[in-house]
Write a protein that binds this ligand. Structure first.
Ligand SMILES: Nc1nc2c(c(=O)[nH]1)N[C@H]1C(S)=C(S)[C@@H](COP(=O)(O)OP(=O)(O)OC[C@H]3O[C@@H](n4cnc5c(=O)[nH]c(N)nc54)[C@H](O)[C@@H]3O)O[C@H]1N2
Ligand SMILES: Nc1nc2c(c(=O)[nH]1)N[C@H]1C(S)=C(S)[C@@H](COP(=O)(O)OP(=O)(O)OC[C@H]3O[C@@H](n4cnc5c(=O)[nH]c(N)nc54)[C@H](O)[C@@H]3O)O[C@H]1N2
Ligand SMILES: [Mo]
Length: 822
């Protein structure tokens, strides 16, 4: 299924990698039009086409007001979150006007830092707001140096090649000076740093063997902490939802499925999978137990290890316990992961006897020592020897943005750049422009420890002095762990500026808040599917901006103008000029690939996505098939050109928390851990009806809230032990903090684990008091703020234990979804 019925074309034989590198080997498609205009003109009651993280849709407007976001007819599985997407325009939590915290406005930067979050804002004019921001940028840079301005500004801003607010922030700052940036991301902070040593690539964002290929060839599908039917609702660009037809094909094929997860997931349910629930954070031990069985029973593929990997000989003594006296047997692993040893032995035999695909999600590396999990999975896959074969091996993005949907032949849209002189192609958000760069989740540590040195991926960095933070398109008061530690750190700041569309906890803790437009109040252009790249979609403006919202582009243009760089910032181009320019460049690139895109006006007026073809070889793509076929010609990007099961580079770093081969290490706390104080593990999963914190302030909340709070899932056995009933308001607490939640008792979760999704809005009962009870339910009050290890310095959003009790005190009102006082 290719979603491109407008076009009679077959795709050329291009791999995603080859055209990303720009070697446009376009074949045999010269001059064919990609779609005919006759099929167009779907405006009027059909609505206005646009796109968002949740997919392509049509905005239906009546009397200037959006009344429905209707899914695109070719979306194989529209996201149930779309009503909330529309409501994000109008909800009570929308930011309406530029606002400044009263103490900051009246007494200056740094005044009454404890009062942040208390809601005492003053409405100001746009003119005054721009002046305050521009002056403060100058003051901070002149007083403390360029590095004192932190503009890492991580987060899931809206898609679009122009209105990328983070690029635009850095564009304005690069044109006027410098700043401290951040590197890496929260999604795969640990894995993306270690995997280049192991497989020579970031790996976590690479295309997987396609679902088509799996349906034909896979005999055992293992979803290991991997849940496509929730997580592929969204994409970084505009979602294609190709995971749904992919999973449907697997279901039709009758492929046996195993789900290794503390939760019985949507994917497990749909595929009637066998549910295996180890203790969270013990996957490395479990994998070692399986690996040991493989070796002991001679089920491992020595020929594969010899030809395609390096360092197995140095891993083996650890596996067998020759150097530490502890063989990593199934019995040893069983003690740690809580599953019967026979289950592990059985898994080893089944993995080895079937064509097995190991599909790993990201949660397991968002944990203390998270680097080890992906390394151990690849070690296990290498021992099974199926990497590069149809239907076998491993895949790290089956759950993410519909990885495994075939990649189409398409030009890559080039976004407005950050004026740093760097290319914005590829994984630009992983690179760090700016004066200094810190690992993305280490900004709290940095605020609290300026001047301290930190190890990071083999080098030492000095943490800069930060006095101002500028955030656009992200919600650090949601995404960062250990909220109370963060509150302490925030008191070091003179100034915190936020642009957002919604009154998030971050906006509430800001000194200057500027109302940004949503994507639906401006024009843009984007691609559909991060892996599929199936269409280019006009992201058309649906309604006029509400209240005084302005686009980030225009806000930064005004600030740049104040700082003398207005023209350099805009280049004298309007929004539609930029869109046209980006489209025209793509048109040229597509011609080099043998395709002819329609002229811009035809594309824009067609009011629908422009389809691109998919080549047969992409439909049947097998990850690492080329390497398997010729490991010399297609060597991996590692030191040895092979999978490294032992890394000499990592050995040289000598980190006590990241040894040179995959290793089981106790996390600081875990379910039934040796020194763990609290009895319940927190599964801080990604939510079903939100994108992180996005849409928590909308109608979607009504579909999941319990007693007006964030749900806390609990197994009936744990509820009974505590005398709790379904629907109770509970207090969830540990030494780091406390929050309320609404209890949902369900046997979809294993005993000993409670699930509280990340992204619930932080709503402290007394904002001036650190440690105050959160009335709504932000799980990051309870998770740990420590880093995964010295290697990656990634976040540990899935590390945390707590206790749950009924809350019988007076119930604090949830106030976080209304306007702060003004
Ligand atoms: N405990 C725990 N914590 C986690 C995770 C976990 O699994 N467990 N997951 C982590 C992961 S993987 C991630 S990616 C992060 C996500 O963290 P974030 O990306 O920070 O979370 P979002 O809620 O998506 O925040 C995006 C914000 O940008 C705003 N926004 C959207 N479009 C625009 C725009 O055009 N302009 C402006 N100015 N603002 C806009 C939205 O309204 C929203 O407030 O959370 C991390 N935190
Ligand atoms: N609907 C929706 N989709 C999303 C997002 C969203 O916010 N909402 N966010 C997007 C983003 S930015 C990202 S990075 C990805 C995140 O993708 P992931 O990090 O893979 O997603 P999670 O939901 O955190 O976890 C996936 C599964 O791992 C299980 N799990 C948790 N801990 C463990 C463990 O210790 N061992 C094992 N075996 N399993 C465990 C969880 O129960 C869950 O079923 O999702 C993306 N997709
Ligand atoms: Mo993420």
């Amino acid at each position: 299924m290719t979603n491109n019925s407008e076009t009679p074309l077959d795709g050329p034989s291009l791999s995603k990698r080859s055209f990303l590198k720009g070697s446009a080997a376009a074949l045999g498609l010269a001059g064919l039009p990609l779609f005919a205009r006759g099929a167009a003109a779907q405006t009027g009651t059909q609505g206005v086409v646009s796109g968002c993280h949740w997919g392509v849709f049509y905005g239906i407007v009546e009397d200037g007001r959006a009344v429905e976001f209707k899914p695109w007819e070719k979306d194989p599985q529209p996201s149930p979150q779309l009503p909330g997407v529309m409501d994000s325009l109008y909800s009570e939590s929308r930011i309406r006007y530029p606002m400044v915290r009263r103490a900051w406005l009246e007494q200056g930067p740094g005044a009454d830092p404890d009062g942040r979050g208390a809601g005492d804002f003053v409405r100001v004019s746009w003119e005054q707001a721009i002046e305050l921001v521009a002056n403060e940028i100058v003051r901070v840079r002149e007083t403390y140096g360029q590095q004192a301005l932190f503009a890492g500004s991580y987060g899931w801003k809206s898609p679009g090649k122009i209105h990328n607010c983070q690029t635009l922030l850095r564009r304005m700052l690069n044109l006027t000076g410098s700043y401290t940036n951040s590197s890496g991301d929260y999604s795969t902070g640990a894995a993306q740093v270690i995997l280049p040593y192991v497989s020579g690539s970031l790996e976590v964002y690479e295309q997987c063997t396609t679902w088509n290929n799996l349906a034909e060839n896979c005999e055992l599908m293992v979803f290991w902490g991997c849940n496509p039917l929730n997580n592929s609702q969204i994409s970084w660009q505009v979602a294609d939802h190709g995971a749904w037809p992919g999973i449907a094909r697997m279901k039709d094929a009758g492929t046996p499925v195993i789900c290794i997860d503390p939760v019985r997931t949507e994917t497990c349910e749909e595929l009637n999978g066998e549910w295996i629930a180890p203790r969270p954070q013990t996957d490395v031990a479990m994998m070692l137990g399986i690996a040991h069985t493989l070796y002991e029973e001679g089920l491992h593929d020595q020929a594969f290890l010899d030809r395609y990997t390096a360092g197995f000989d140095k891993f083996l003594p650890y596996l067998l316990g020759e150097n530490d006296g502890t063989p990593k047997t199934a019995d040893w692993a069983a003690e740690i992961c809580g599953l019967p040893a026979d289950t592990l032995r059985d898994l080893a035999r089944r993995f080895a006897s079937k064509r097995t695909m190991l599909a790993l999600g990201y949660s397991t590396q968002r944990q203390h020592h998270g680097e080890q999990v992906h390394w151990m999975l690849i070690t296990l896959a290498a021992m099974l020897g199926q990497i590069g074969l149809p239907g076998g091996g491993y895949g790290l993005s089956y759950h993410y943005s519909s990885g495994g949907s075939p990649t189409h032949t398409t030009p890559i849209l080039k976004a407005v750049d950050d004026a740093s002189g760097q290319s914005t192609e590829g994984a630009a958000w992983l690179a760090g422009g700016g004066a200094v760069s810190i690992p993305v989740s280490r900004f709290v540590e940095t605020l609290l420890n300026p001047g301290k040195t930190m190890q990071f991926n083999g080098h030492e960095i000095e943490l800069p002095l930060i006095k101002m933070a500028y955030w656009v398109g992200g919600n650090p008061f949601s995404h960062q762990q250990d909220r109370n530690e963060m509150l302490r750190a925030w008191r070091e700041l003179d100034t915190f500026i936020v642009h957002d569309v919604q009154w998030t906890a971050s906006a509430r803790h800001a000194d200057i808040v500027l109302p940004a437009t949503t994507s639906y109040e401006r024009n843009d252009i984007e691609q559909v599917g991060d892996y599929a790249l199936s269409h280019i979609v006009p992201m058309k403006q649906i309604v006029e901006p509400v209240f005084e919202a302005r686009s980030d582009f225009d806000i930064f243009a005004d600030i740049a103008e104040k700082l003398g760089q207005g023209y350099a910032y805009t280049q004298g181009l309007t929004e539609m000029d930029w869109i046209r320019k980006i489209y025209e460049a793509a048109k040229i690139e597509s011609r080099a690939k043998g395709m002819e895109m329609p002229v811009f006006d035809v594309f824009w007026d067609s009011n629908k996505p422009l389809a691109f073809p998919v080549a047969e070889v992409q439909e049947d793509f097998v990850r690492h098939a080329d390497f398997r076929e010729d490991p010399l010609l297609n060597a991996l990007g590692t030191a040895s050109g092979k999978f490294e099961l032992y890394s000499v580079a990592i050995e040289r770093y000598g980190y006590d928390d990241c040894p040179p081969h995959a290793t089981w290490m106790e996390p600081i706390e875990r379910l039934d851990g040796p020194d763990t104080k609290y009895p319940l593990h927190l599964a801080a999963n990604h939510p079903q009806m939100r994108l992180h914190s996005q849409l928590c302030g909308t109608v979607n909340r009504e579909s999941y809230q319990i007693a007006e709070r964030e749900p806390c899932w609990m197994n009936p056995a744990d509820a009974e032990q505590r005398g709790l009933s379904d629907g109770d308001v509970v207090r969830v607490f540990n030494d780091r903090g406390q929050m309320l939640a609404g209890l949902k008792i369900t046997d979809e979760i294993m005993p000993g684990v409670v699930r509280i999704n990340e992204g619930g809005w932080f709503d402290p009962e007394n904002p001036r008091q650190i440690g105050s009870l959160c009335a709504y339910g932000d799980v990051n009050i309870l998770t740990t703020g420590i880093a995964t290890s010295k290697l990656a310095q990634g976040n540990c959003g899935h590390t945390g234990v707590a206790e749950v009790e009924r809350y019988d005190g007076p119930l604090p009102k949830v106030t976080v979804f209304s306007q702060p006082s003004a």
